[in-house]
Design a protein. Structure first.
Length: 53
């Protein structure tokens, strides 16, 4: 769970898409597969989408 908190904090601190993707890649390489599910739902298709007006 600590790894997820670290990921969440890192994603909150960076603004660029490449930096966010790299944070996710690094996270998934460092954790056990059983913990990977904690990181997926906020970034899945279920998350609210931004719309342009």
């Amino acid at each position: 769970m600590r790894a997820f908190q670290n990921l969440f904090n890192q994603l909150d601190q960076v603004t660029g898409t490449k930096a966010k993707v790299q944070a996710l890649v690094d996270h998934f390489h460092e954790i056990d597969p059983g913990e990977a599910a904690w990181a997926f739902p906020p970034h899945s298709a279920l998350a609210p989408r931004q719309t342009r007006q």
